[in-house]
Design a protein around this ligand. Structure first.
Ligand SMILES: *Cc1c(COP(=O)(O)O)cnc(C)c1O
Ligand SMILES: [Zn+2]
Length: 422
């Protein structure tokens, strides 16, 4: 969105970004005017949204719609956001998980189940915020590089918005995720390369072409804020209080840092009581640059080439990895990783204890929760929330080989009795 959209910056309508006031550099604090920018002009650090929040009450939020727009006063979106077509994600269930808790030896456990969002992953939240920014900035094309779920969410939201939508994915992506994008848009581009290659290509297109809003590239600051709604919802659904511990999957690391940001904002705004909480990050061993850095106390993230069934988390060079380390250190949490076999086992465990079918990202998160308990990095007596970010139907192949019929029988009573299942 180099020139055309940047020029429109001067014609931004009043309140286009709600109570957001500027883009602020995470590294040096330099402030930039709101616009299609994502890197600090002074130091190239990542830009974040700065706000001047109004006084918001619990009652005002509770009176809002049963989707992320109930928190619109805390997001970079206009006050009339509900009037533009979007997928209306959020306000997903926070389920008590007593069976899984018993299995893992925990006292109080909740699953925040984001698999029930409109395109069955948490990505609908971030995309809804990015779509608003794309509109307000006058973008003509809605686009993304994606590990799969983001492409699904962008393609669906773009269709509802009636915008030209182009999504880029690695060509080795799970077939269900390809179909889940292609059904919404004719402009699905499969790239022979890793996600990191696809991301680089998107940056190049964003720099060359006018009017393209790449949700997680040049409108990333707006996009990323959508993840805060996970944190707001967890607190609201617990009766306006924070959990003691929360376990979150890490791909780029954005979601984890934004859930922490949401908790801190709620404290600052007086919407929840100030209390300590610990944030834990979950990665797959086949793509664990952040977990490795945490365990070795490295000062920086060393990029890796991903090799894991948890494709939605397979970002080898995570943009917010370093900030994940900050959050986990500051709150007293940790970052852990599990093998693909542990991911598969955890998918089946969650399904059989709680009736929730998660994708490989959720298998990673539940697997890490189990490992954190076993290694005593997480306190089993404290209240814990684990986030399920996507639906198992998108990664059927991951467990197709480990579950199946107990028996295949003739349609007779005797044959059934012979199975021993009677
Ligand atoms: C994208 C994604 C994540 C993590 O996202 P980041 O904010 O990039 O860390 C987690 N789970 C699922 C299912 C995803 O699609
Ligand atoms: Zn800077």
């Amino acid at each position: 969105m180099s020139t055309a959209v940047a020029e429109k910056k001067t014609t931004l309508r009043d309140g286009a970004f709600g109570h957001a006031t500027a883009l602020s550099c995470r590294e040096c604090g330099h402030q930039t005017a709101l616009g299609p920018f994502y890197a600090c002009p002074e130091c190239f650090g990542p830009l974040e949204i700065a706000y001047d929040f109004p006084q918001v009450t619990r009652e005002e939020i509770e009176a809002g719609p049963r989707n992320i727009w109930r928190y619109k006063a805390l997001l970079p979106v206009p006050s009339d956001i509900e009037s533009s077509p979007n997928t209306e994600p959020g306000f997903t269930r926070l389920l008590p998980a007593a069976n899984l808790a018993r299995e893992l030896g925990l006292t109080r456990l909740w699953v925040k189940d984001d698999s029930t969002n409109p395109t069955n992953s948490f990505k609908d939240r971030v995309v809804a915020c990015a779509l608003s920014a794309a509109r307000e900035l006058g973008a003509t094309v809605f686009a993304c590089p994606s590990t799969g779920n983001l492409a699904n969410a962008v393609a669906a939201a773009g269709a509802r918005a009636g915008m030209k939508t182009v999504v880029f994915i690695p060509s080795n992506l799970e077939q269900p995720k390809q179909v889940n994008s292609a059904v919404f848009t004719e402009q699905l581009v499969a790239v022979d390369g890793t996600y990191d290659d696809v991301n680089k290509l998107a940056q190049e297109i964003a720099a060359e072409e006018d009017g393209w809003a790449f949700v997680n590239v040049n409108v990333r600051p707006y996009y990323a804020e959508g993840s805060k709604t996970l944190g707001y919802e967890i607190a609201e659904q617990l009766g306006w209080r924070l959990p003691d511990q929360v376990v979150i999957p890490v791909a780029s690391g954005s979601q984890l840092t934004k859930v922490d940001k949401a908790f801190r904002e709620l404290i600052t705004l007086g919407l929840v009581e100030d209390k300590p909480y610990k944030v834990y990050g979950a990665q797959a061993a086949g793509c664990s640059p952040v977990s490795t850095a945490f365990k070795t106390d490295a000062p920086a993230i060393r990029p890796v080439k991903p090799d894991t069934i948890a494709k939605s988390l397979a970002i080898g060079n995570p943009a917010d990895g370093i900030y994940v380390l900050d959050v986990c250190h500051r709150t007293g949490g940790a970052v852990e990783d599990v093998t693909d076999d542990e991911v598969r086992a955890a998918i089946v465990l969650l399904a059989r204890t709680e009736g929730i079918f998660t994708e490989t990202a959720g298998g990673t998160t539940v697997g890490v929760l189990k490992k954190l308990v076993e290694t005593r990095q997480l306190d089993p007596e404290l209240e814990t929330v684990v986030i399920n970010t996507g639906h198992g139907l998108k990664t059927l192949d991951a467990v197709a080989g480990s579950v199946g019929p107990a028996a295949t029988i003739a349609p007779t009573y005797d044959a059934f009795v012979a199975t021993g299942l009677a």
